[in-house]
Each structure stands twice: as structure tokens, then as C-alpha cells.
Design a protein around this ligand. Structure first.
Ligand code: FES
Ligand code: CO
Length: 326
């Protein structure tokens, strides 16, 4: 399944499902156009290619019983490691063929999400997890289903000059649209901008205006972050965007927001604010042409304020990412 995917895509963690979407039944999702089945046992969460090796039926049509995934067609039973441990039609004296296995993927559960990696994970957990520490209040947002290419969604998130127009009154004021020059620095495989000053009429849905300092980061092809800081009182949050590229033009986005203020406040208002912003962004990312993100810098017209977008496109090129790009 992976011949057409560059190593940079295979070694990443992707958010496959919300923890709350996976109970006692297997659930199927999609990554890079391939079906993946997730299921839960007493030992934790598991991810397999959603295909029974016997006759190609999706394992997600089956059920979970005694910590085993049971295929709906002929009842083959797979344990959490993907080994077929029982073939009901096989006379007891016959051995189960060695090839009777499911293709397994790395799978972990953290922060209300189930994460999968379909190659050899570069890190044991997503590289940004250390930022989600106990001093910060972490809230999960999404999933946001978007009919858009994953790279278009990530780039929209990294785009500072749309805030005053698409999110006017919330994240920007069109009377103050100028973006002063900033640099993009590359540090151990991470792209990070300088602090960019943006006037915020409502900042995070609490109705407070301020000059925010924005730092954007790119952790990998489908993971980015925004660190927003109020220079007057050092209130700040990290907002992580993780995209599951289901097909080239269909994605599921999740966000984790980690804030150092109002930690006792209910999370609903922060989630509702983000939901509003995503609906505003949806109109843009679902209508861009070409649908796939062009990596040739001669295509589309770039300004200095688009530096982070340019760096992101360049990184996708360096990583050999062709999925969702043109
Ligand atoms: Fe799964 Fe036959 S197709 S058991
Ligand atoms: Co936006």
C-alpha cells in the first residue's frame, strides 16, 4: 500500500479517530486513500489494514470478541498483533498457515485521539507531545471534515495575511492588514517563524483585543502549530493542527489547544470559537484551484508575507510529498 508514499509520510503519526469514536465495534477510517480498521481490546487500541487476507472482505465488517477481531465472512479470528489465531473451517489437526496475518500499523491513544503510523515511526509519539505538559490546559477540537487537500488546509493555517479578511472581527481588522517582514528559521527539521505582530479584535473568543505575537511552526507534512502570545501579560497558547489526509481531496482535521490562562474556565467557548474559524476557512480551502497544492513556486503569486507558505511548499518538495500536491 505504501509504494507511492515517501518515507517522510510513512514515518509520521496521524490522528485516525477521536477516542470517543471507538468503543466495542471495529471502526474504519482512511489514510492516503487506503482503508484502515481500528479496534479496541483490553490491551489497548489496534490498527490493521482493513482487509482480510482470506477473501478480501473489510475486517471492519466484523466484530471484536475476546480481544480478537473476527472477520464477518468466514469467522477467521485475529489477535491484537494481527496473527490469525483461529480458522473455524480448518480441521483441528491442521496448522494455521503462516501467511494468515493482518497487516498491522503502530497505534497509540493520547489526548483523546487515536494515532496511527503506517511505516516505522520517526518518534515514539508525535514530536510536539512534550509541549502538551501539565502547566497547560489542553483541549481537543474537531474533527473537522473538509473537502480539501491536506496541504491546502495546512497552508491555510500557516497563512497570516488572511486573518484580517476571512476572520475579520475575530482574528484581525481589515484596517490593519499589513504584515511586516519576518523570517522562517529551520531548526532540527522544524520550520519556525519569527514573532509576527497581529492586531486581534477578539483573540480567542473572550472579547479582548490585543496585539498578539504569532509564531508558526511546521512539524511535518500534515502537522503545524501556532503559538500566540499576549506580550502584555504573557498569556499564551499553542494550537496544534493535525490533518488526516483521507484522500487527495478529503481530509479530517483535528486540533489540540494548550493554554496557560483561564485554566478553570470551561472549554466549550474555546471550542465554539475554533469551530467558527474553521467554518470561515472552509469556504476558502474547499474552493481553491487547483485543488491540490502547487509545489512549483512559479505557480500562484507569492509575497514576502507568504514566506511561511513558501517554506512549507519547499519542505513538501524536499520530503518528496506528492499526495495532495500538484
Ligand atoms: Fe475473512 Fe474469509 S474473508 S474469513
Ligand atoms: Co483561517
Amino acid at each position: 500500500m505504501t509504494a507511492d508514499l515517501s518515507p517522510a509520510l510513512l514515518e509520521q503519526w496521524y490522528p485516525a479517530l477521536l477516542s470517543s469514536e471507538l468503543h466495542d465495534k471495529p471502526v474504519s477510517t482512511m489514510l492516503f486513500g487506503k482503508q484502515i480498521v481500528l479496534f479496541r481490546t483490553s490491551k489497548g487500541v489496534h490498527a490493521f489494514k482493513d482487509l482480510c487476507i482470506h477473501r478480501g472482505v473489510p475486517l471492519s465488517l466484523g466484530r471484536v470478541e475476546n480481544d480478537e477481531l473476527v472477520c464477518a465472512y468466514h469467522g477467521w479470528r485475529y489477535n491484537g498483533c494481527g496473527d490469525c489465531v483461529k480458522i473455524p473451517s480448518l480441521p483441528v489437526e491442521r496448522a494455521i498457515p503462516d501467511k494468515a496475518k493482518a497487516s498491522t500499523y503502530s497505534c497509540i491513544e493520547r489526548f483523546g485521539l487515536i494515532w496511527i503510523c503506517i511505516g516505522s515511526p520517526k518518534d515514539s509519539v508525535p514530536a510536539f507531545f512534550p509541549y502538551l505538559n501539565e502547566e497547560l490546559k489542553v483541549v481537543l477540537m474537531g474533527p473537522y471534515e473538509l473537502a480539501a487537500a491536506g496541504p491546502r488546509i495546512v497552508e491555510n493555517f500557516l497563512d497570516v495575511s488572511h486573518l484580517m479578511f476571512v476572520h475579520e472581527g475575530l482574528l484581525g481588522d481589515s484596517r490593519f492588514p499589513e504584515i511586516r517582514d519576518y523570517r522562517v528559521n529551520e531548526e532540527v527539521g522544524l520550520l519556525r517563524t519569527d514573532e509576527i505582530v497581529v492586531f486581534q479584535p477578539d483573540a480567542d473568543g473572550r472579547g479582548t483585543s490585543m496585539n498578539s505575537h504569532y509564531v508558526y511552526e511546521v512539524y511535518g507534512p500534515f502537522t503545524a502549530a501556532l503559538i500566540k502570545r499576549n506580550p502584555d501579560n504573557d498569556e499564551m497558547f499553542h494550537l496544534f493542527l493535525m490533518v488526516l489526509p483521507m484522500t487527495e481531496q478529503k481530509s479530517r482535521a483535528f486540533m489540540l489547544k494548550a493554554r496557560n490562562y483561564d485554566k478553570e474556565a470551561p472549554d466549550d467557548a474555546f471550542i465554539a470559537f475554533q469551530d467558527t474559524l474553521i467554518e470561515q476557512d472552509r469556504v476558502m480551502v474547499e474552493n481553491q484551484k487547483p485543488e491540490l497544492l502547487p509545489l512549483d513556486l512559479q505557480m500562484e503569486l507569492h509575497l514576502k508575507c507568504d514566506r511561511m507558505s513558501i517554506a512549507y511548499r519547499q519542505s513538501l518538495k524536499d520530503w518528496g510529498v506528492t499526495f495532495g500536491t500538484a
